[in-house]
Design a protein around this ligand. Sequence first.
Ligand code: CMC
Length: 427
Amino acid sequence: MKKNSMTMIDNRTGKSYEYSILEATRGPSVVDVRSFFKDTGMFTYDPGFTSTAACDSEMTFIDGGKGELRYYGIEIEELATNHSYLDVCFLLSTGRFPTQEESINYDLEIRHRSFIHSGLKNLIESFPNSAHPMAILASAVSALSSFYFEHLELKSEEDYMEMKRRIIAKMPTLAAFSYRHSLGIPLICPDIERSFTENFLYMMRAYPGGKMHIGVDGEEKISSVEIEALDTIFTLHADHEQNASTTTVRGVASTGAHPYVAISAGISALWGRAHGGANESVIAQLEMIGDVKNVPAFIKRAKDPEDDFRLMGFGHRVYKNFDPRARVLKKLQDKLSDALELDSELIMIAREIEKIALSDPYFIERNLYPNIDFYSGTILYALGIPKSMFTVIFVIGRTVGWINQWVEFKKDESSKIARPRQRYLGK
Ligand code: CMC
C-alpha cells in the first residue's frame, strides 16, 4: 500500500481499492479517482461539484475558511490596493508583473485593440432596444469569433497573447455599445487617448459626437475617484478559480471550440442571479425593500425555510468567512462615502441589512457573510451606473480570468473533453 494513498472498501463485497493522493502547493490535496469507474464499475456522485477538483491550475487560489484569495500567490488586497487592473491582467496572462516598459506597452496595445469592426456595430444595432445589455454582449462576443477565426489555431506564444489582448481590449467597447443600444442612443467609439477604465466610462457617458458632460466648472464628468473605484472593482473580479462560469468556459474549451465562443458561454453562465447576476439583484432587492423599517420583515423571510426568498449578496459556496473581495470593497465604500453620495436611502437599507445579518444566529451558523456582489452593487449604484450594467461590469473584469483559464486548459496535456456521467433513475 502506498503511503500517499487512500483505500476505499466496498462493504458489499469486501473488495478494496487504492487511490493516490496528489498534493497541492496550497489548499486541499486531491484523491486521484480517474480509474475509479474502470476499477469498480461505479461512478463517483457529486452534484454541484462540492467535493470535486476538475483540473490543475496555477492561477488563482482561494482559502474559503480563512477568506483568502490570491492570483499567482499574491493576495487580492495587495493587488487591489497597489496595482492597476491592466497590470493585474498582465500578471494573469504571464504569471508575473510587467516591468515599467512592458506595462506602458501593454496599455498601448490594449488601447489600439479597443476598436471593433463596423459589422459588429451593425449586429448590435439590430437588437431590440428593450434587450438586456447582457443578452447583446453574449451574442456580440460569440460573433467576434467570426471576425478573428484565426484564433482557433494558436501556434506561438505571441498568437496566444494577441488572442488574449483582443478580447480584453474589446470587451469594454462591446459592453458600452450594448448599454447605449439598450437606451437607443448613438454608439461612441473608444478614445485612444484614454486609459482602459476611463475609456469605458467615457463610452458609456459621452454625448453623441464624443463630447463629455461639462459641469459649471468646465470639468469632464469622469472623476479620478470614479476611475480608481471601477479599476479596483475590475481587479477584484478578474479571476475566481473554478466557479460556474469559468467551469463553463473550460467545458466549451474541452470541445475544441473557438476561445471567444467559450467566453460568450461564460457570459451567459455568469448572468444568473446565483452567480454574477447577484449584483443587479442586490439593488433590485434593496429597491423592493424600499425603507429601512421594512428590513426586519425581509430578514425574517430570508430565514424562513418555507419561503424561497434569499438575501442577495449574502453567502458563497467557497467562502465560509468574509469574502476578501467584499472586505476590500467595504473599505472602498467607506473611503468613497465623502466623495460620492453614499447616504441615499438604498445605501442606508444595505447598511441595516449588513448590521442585522452579521449579528443574527441564522446567518452566523450558516457562515453567510456579505459577498462581493453586496458591496459592488451599492458602489456601482453610487457611481451612477445603471443596474442593467452591473453584471456587464463583472464580465469586463472577469474576461482576463476566463481567457487565461481557457489557455491553461489548452496547454494542459492531461485535459480531456468534459463528459460527466449520471445516476440513471428513469425506466
Ligand atoms: N439568504 C438566506 N439564506 C441563505 C442564503 C441567502 N443569501 N444563502 C444560503 N442560504 C442558506 C440556505 O437556505 C441553506 O440553509 P439550510 O442549510 O437551512 O437549508 C444554507 O444557507 C446553505 O445554502 P446553499 O444553497 O446550500 O449554499 P450554496 O453553496 O449551494 O449556495 C450561493 C451559494 C451563493 C448560491 C447562495 O449563498 C445564494 O444563493 N446567495 C445569494 C446569491 C448571491 O449573492 N450570489 C453571489 C455569489 S458571490 C459572486 C460569485 O462569485 O458569483
